[in-house]
Design a protein around this ligand. Structure first.
Ligand code: ZN
Length: 262
């Protein structure tokens, strides 16, 4: 990824995405107004932060993007596999709908999702002109939400997997992500023996490789162009929030993407 700074905010962009075609940013936790363990660009509204600070942080993000806050579409991320397609923004007063993947073909919409260890999958289809973001923690990965997303935009927009460019954003790496036998059992039950490719014994527990698992899911449905950021949230707390490393006392960093307007 390429590191950039604007208006005191530090963010990263995937090298694979054509900046002439899409506006996108993976915002670090730097440059906001939140204090304490939310310091400082927390975009999560349900992790105990001051709502006024979270609102100011959102305004800073949209200002840096040069987009109106009212153009935002976001959802309530619930670790499921529901994909929502929206060609309209979410009215600010309207409640979030539960979902873990969002897509649009409308250049007036800015998609936004929040993360702190879970794997972000950021999509661009330059042929059908579609963008999207998917939230894949271990539960979303178990449910193969990446596959769900590729199939859904195939049906809805006619997107071909071979045309898609997918960026795998900052998230917890396999060395930092220890899970118990109960998690491995669920994967084995659902995926069969292949699941063990992604688990490495670590004492009486396991290290789970969410990056490799999501790459395997995407390649399995025909995605060929994948950019892996290889940035671990738990090892870089200066830039990212990590739910695991900070034991839940943390914020959420934001990822935004929109098609360029003419
Ligand atoms: Zn790590």
């Amino acid at each position: 990824m390429i590191r950039r700074e604007r208006d005191g905010l530090r963010y990263y962009q995937f090298e694979s995405f054509d900046v002439q075609a899409v506006d996108h940013a993976v915002f670090t936790r730097l440059g906001g107004v939140s204090v304490g363990f939310h310091q400082s660009l927390n975009l999560g509204g349900t992790c105990g932060d001051d709502p006024a600070a979270v609102r100011t942080n959102h305004e800073r993000v949209f200002e840096a993007l040069g987009r109106a806050f009212e153009s935002r579409f976001d959802v309530w991320q619930v670790h499921g596999k529901t994909i929502v397609i929206s060609e309209t923004p979410r009215p600010v007063e309207q409640k979030h709908q539960p979902a873990d993947g969002i897509f649009t073909a409308n250049p007036e919409i800015v998609l936004m999702m929040r993360f702190a260890d879970c794997v972000p999958l950021v999509f661009h289809d330059p042929v059908r002109k579609v963008v999207g973001i998917v939230h894949a923690g271990w539960q979303g990965t178990l449910l193969q939400i990446g596959k769900e997303a590729v199939e859904k935009i195939g049906e809805h927009y006619g997107s071909q997997p071979g045309d898609l460019i997918v960026g795998v954003g900052p998230s917890i790496c396999s060395q930092c992500y220890q899970v118990g036998e109960e998690v491995r059992k669920q994967f084995l039950k659902s995926w069969g023996g292949i699941a063990d490719t992604f688990f490495k014994p670590d004492g009486d527990r396991y290290l789970l490789d969410l990056w490799a698992a999501n790459q395997w899911i995407l390649r399995g449905v025909g995605v060929v162009h994948i950019e892996q950021s290889n940035m671990c949230t738990a090892e870089n707390l200066d830039e990212w929030y990590s739910y695991r490393k900070e034991k839940g006392a943390t914020g959420r960093f934001g990822i935004v993407i929109a098609l360029k307007r003419d």
